[in-house]
Ligand binder design. Structure first.
Ligand SMILES: [Zn+2]
Length: 116
């Protein structure tokens, strides 16, 4: 289950970034080409954080659709069916992928109260 190892990596990054501040939520952007199941990712986050300082924090996952730019006409197309990589404007298959491979921690929601 690669969601579990992803969560361990996120945890390391978040712990380093937050220091001793309390984290309420971690906001993530995940490209659809990553083939991550958001529900599974959130579940694994609960598992990897339950015994540590981040217990009870939530993982908010924003899914980023796959998008490509056509090399023939320059139009950008969001691709719903990754099997069919074609320009939505002219139908060309000469596409450069511009979105869909993200795996980014965008922001941390920190607790306003000072760490005790
Ligand atoms: Zn095109």
């Amino acid at each position: 289950m690669h969601e579990l190892s992803l969560c361990r990596s996120i945890l390391q990054v978040v712990e380093r970034a937050a220091g001793d501040q309390r984290v309420n939520a971690v906001n993530l952007k995940v490209g659809q080409l990553r083939q991550v199941v958001p529900g599974t990712l959130a579940y694994c986050w609960g598992l990897v954080t339950e015994d540590g300082p981040l217990a009870g924090s939530s993982l908010r996952i924003e899914s980023v659709p796959v998008a490509g730019v056509c090399r023939d006409c320059g139009e950008e197309t969001e691709i719903e069916q990754v099997l069919v990589l074609a320009c939505g404007s002219c139908g060309s298959a000469a596409m450069d992928l511009v979105r869909g491979e993200e795996f980014l921690i965008t922001t941390l929601d920190l607790d306003d109260r000072a760490a005790s």
